[in-house]
Design a protein around this ligand. Structure first.
Ligand SMILES: [Zn+2]
Length: 309
């Protein structure tokens, strides 16, 4: 609703208030047995005349108020009528509409859904330009491309094991434990020196989920199984998790799936110096009470979030 419409609406409400006030005054006047106090010498005719004059003045005032209200209302635009809420309307059928404010809530959620719809409509063309397709659920994908993507999902567990172990052994400060609690897909429990711990879930060769936690944080749940989902309680590792999720998308290469996982792990390994290496740009260890939580995806140089090149 525009500002001018709101102004008119406020003005109309004010005019209604004045009209009501004057109307009440008028009825009180008439109801109380209205008479004009004149002098003894005034004739009956003069008194009636005076009374009539006062009444005419009062009704004229009401008439003016009413005209003013009419004009204000006329300048308002017509509302589009009640929202068509589709089947959700039936939710409110059993209760008195005045008792439960369901209609307004439904209209709110309806508007919210409309907005989501509108935004997703705008986002879709932007995102569809992105060549970074990680799933095979796209109907328009060509048969050839689909095959290559499916191939990165279907991979022998032994191949994953040997490649990951080979990577793990090439560094002496990273320890990767491979678990398969979700069937054939590997879950990597990564311990990076004494700096951080991480859980990465693979689907074939595709990294589906990464979470980074502090070295002192518990990686297992109460029942002894690996805690896959909950985020770190520390801001620094929450930031690193965000960056790891971005990196996981960046390194995703459906045509070279094994390489994408190795690139990601190499990038993650650079966090071994999270608390010891200063920011490449400002040269400081801490900025906003945080160490450099972002690593360049190519050079692996450390930067603060606000110092990113
Ligand atoms: Zn910096």
């Amino acid at each position: 609703m525009s500002d001018s419409t709101l102004d008119t609406l406020h003005k109309s409400l004010d005019v209604i208030k004045i009209l009501r006030c004057n109307m009440t005054g008028f009825f009180q006047l008439v109801g109380a047995g209205f008479r004009i106090d004149g002098t003894e010498t005034d004739s009956q005719e003069d008194r009636e005349k005076a009374t009539r004059a006062v009444l005419i003045a009062e009704t004229q005032k009401l008439k003016d108020n009413f005209t003013e209200l009419e004009q204000a209302v006329l300048s308002l635009s017509h509302p589009a009528g009640p929202f068509n809420l589709g089947n959700t309307l039936y939710v409110n059928q059993e209760v008195a509409p005045d008792r439960v404010p369901l209609y307004t809530q439904l209209v709110d959620s309806y508007k919210w859904m409309e907005k989501v719809h509108e935004y997703s409509g705008t986002a879709y063309p932007v995102l569809s330009q992105n060549s970074l397709k990680r799933t095979y659920f796209n109907a328009s994908i060509s048969a050839k491309r689909r095959r290559s993507l499916v191939n990165s999902y279907i991979v022998a567990p032994e191949a994953v094991n040997s490649a990951i172990m080979g990577f793990s052994n090439s560094f002496n400060d990273i320890d990767i434990q491979i678990l398969r609690p979700l069937g054939s897909n590997a879950v990597l429990n990564i311990i990076l020196g004494r700096t951080l711990r991480s859980v990465a879930i693979l689907k074939g060769w595709l990294i589906e989920w990464v979470v980074i936690r502090g070295f002192n944080e518990d990686m297992t749940k109460e029942d002894g199984t690996l805690n896959l989902w909950s985020e770190s309680k520390y801001k620094v590792f929450q930031k690193v998790t965000d960056n790891a999720n971005a990196a996981m998308l960046h390194f995703c290469a459906p045509t070279h799936p094994e390489l994408s996982v190795k690139s990601f792990l190499t990038w993650l390994h650079s966090y071994i110096t999270l608390f010891t290496q200063p920011c490449k740009k400002c040269g400081l260890h801490l900025s906003n009470n945080l160490p450099p939580t972002w690593r360049d995806l190519r050079t692996l140089d450390p930067y603060h979030e606000e110092c990113k090149p």
